[in-house]
Ligand binder design. Structure first.
Ligand SMILES: Cc1cc2nc3c(=O)[nH]c(=O)nc-3n(C[C@H](O)[C@H](O)[C@H](O)COP(=O)(O)OP(=O)(O)OC[C@H]3O[C@@H](n4cnc5c(N)ncnc54)[C@H](O)[C@@H]3O)c2cc1C
Length: 407
């Protein structure tokens, strides 16, 4: 039977592994963390064994077009909860008289503005005729969602991060990580946690992957480790130089999250702090009532840098208390999650910057000998998203099956 190693048990690795097991391949998944899910991490707000509401310390929203994710959720009998608010529409805080309608209209002007391939979002935003406060709010929204500064972001992100029209937004009712746990339960003993892969020796016939325990000889490997790791990962022989150059032009953005319990019931809400470059929201759970938690997401290195998270939650929590004076916040309950210092992510998700060339992703993620590549960074227009991770896992599994069909 064809033996396949999958490196990484995030959504991409797990999707690849389940597809291959379904088709009859002999699969082993190696994951460096003590848990599955990677950048999808759901926990009660009062700690792993607590009973408080589930918070999403990584990926949160299930959005328009998440067809693969919905298919996976159906397969494992998992339900979506409507958040009762829209990820796409936020009230702007800290700017004068900027309404949601103003932002929507400016985003439409931005999307329709003439642009060249080398333009950044900041370049085009500076050229359009909209009020400075509205432009600042639109720029902040795109920067936060894309986890990178608008002066480096490629203008094409407007097409993905630029929707300012309300659509329903969802989360998995029992936590997004429930999907990873369900996939891992299906895979059973094929998933090896606390198993960092140190190196891969490969050629066209097969590979040896090195872990703590033992060397594993396999016929093929699906590599799903995040971008910063991939650049430095010891492949023997090394990846060809064109792939390295493409990898070097790709960029990982940065983000952090904060969660604070509410002491009194609140309505749903979505507020973007234009100055601070973070947004915060309250939303409903499966039963339709508002979950008593304020959720916050800071996106881009600039935004996270300002929050002084190295010195604990106080600075961010105090800022939130000022912006959300409408809420009764239990500041002592604040939980902060940073991703730039997470050893197995080293950032949030891929940002499409002006350094990246068209075709870089295709150069990088094409199969190479017995190596196949998946992960959100290989997802093209779906990069940076759970949906992208799942799609690329299935794509890499299909590439492998086409190349190495079972007899
Ligand atoms: C703060 C934040 C908010 C987000 N919000 C959203 C959102 O609202 N909606 C959305 O759709 N997406 C969101 N995302 C993005 C989403 O989380 C990712 O796109 C997706 O989870 C990436 O999956 P992946 O499998 O590509 O990578 P990962 O989940 O990172 O999985 C890769 C795995 O490889 C493991 N690994 C690394 N090195 C090794 C090694 N040497 N050996 C073995 N294992 C290794 C890692 O531990 C990890 O588990 C968010 C991400 C963050 C960080």
């Amino acid at each position: 039977m064809t033996r396949v190693a999958v490196v990484g048990a995030g959504f991409s690795g797990l999707a690849a592994a389940v597809d291959l097991v379904d088709a009859g391949y002999d699969v082993q998944v190696f994951e460096a963390r003590p848990r599955v899910g990677g950048r999808v991490w759901s926990e009660p707000i009062d700690g792993p064994d607590g009973t408080g509401p589930i918070i999403e310390r990584g990926a949160e929203f299930v959005l328009d077009g998440y067809d693969h994710m919905r298919r996976w959720l159906n397969r494992f009998g998992l339900e979506l909860a409507n958040t009762g608010m829209s990820y796409y529409e936020r009230d702007a805080y800290g700017v004068q008289d900027v309404s949601r309608a103003d932002m929507r209209a400016a985003a439409a002007v931005l999307g329709a503005a003439p642009r060249s391939e080398s333009d950044s979002v900041g370049d085009v935003l500076a050229r359009i005729d909209v009020r400075p406060d509205v432009a600042a709010a639109v720029g902040a929204r795109i920067q936060v969602s894309s986890a990178f500064g608008i002066d480096q972001l490629n203008v094409s992100v407007i097409d993905h991060a630029g929707s300012f029209t309300a659509h329903p937004s969802f989360r998995v009712a029992t936590g997004n990580q429930s999907l990873a746990k369900a996939m891992a339960a299906f895979l059973g003993e094929r998933v090896h946690l606390d198993n960092e892969v140190y190196s891969i020796d490969w050629d066209t016939n097969g590979a040896t992957i090195r872990t703590d325990d033992i060397d594993h000889d396999v016929d093929a490997v699906i590599v799903t480790i995040p971008l910063p790791h991939l650049r430095e990962f010891p492949f023997h022989p090394p990846l060809p130089s064109d792939r390295h150059e493409a990898l070097d032009r790709m960029t990982m953005g940065n983000a952090a999250k904060a969660h604070i319990s509410l002491k009194a019931p609140a309505p749903t809400s979505a507020v973007l702090s234009v100055r601070d470059l973070f947004w915060c929201w309250t939303c409903t759970g499966l039963d339709g009532s508002v979950v008593p938690v304020l959720n916050t997401f800071a996106g881009s290195p600039e935004s996270v840098g300002r929050l002084d998270t190295e010195n604990g939650p106080t600075s961010w929590a105090n800022r939130l208390a000022e912006i959300r004076s409408d809420l009764d916040l239990d500041l002592d309950s604040t939980v902060i999650t940073t991703w730039h210092d997470d050893p197995w992510a080293r950032g949030a998700y891929t940002a499409d910057t002006v350094r990246q060339l068209p075709g870089d992703v295709d150069i990088f993620c094409a199969p190479l000998g017995c190596l196949y590549f998946a992960g959100e960074h290989t997802a093209g227009e779906w990069s940076g998203l759970m949906e992208g991770a799942l799609r690329t896992g299935s794509r890499a599994a299909a590439e492998l099956m086409a190349e190495m069909p079972l007899a």
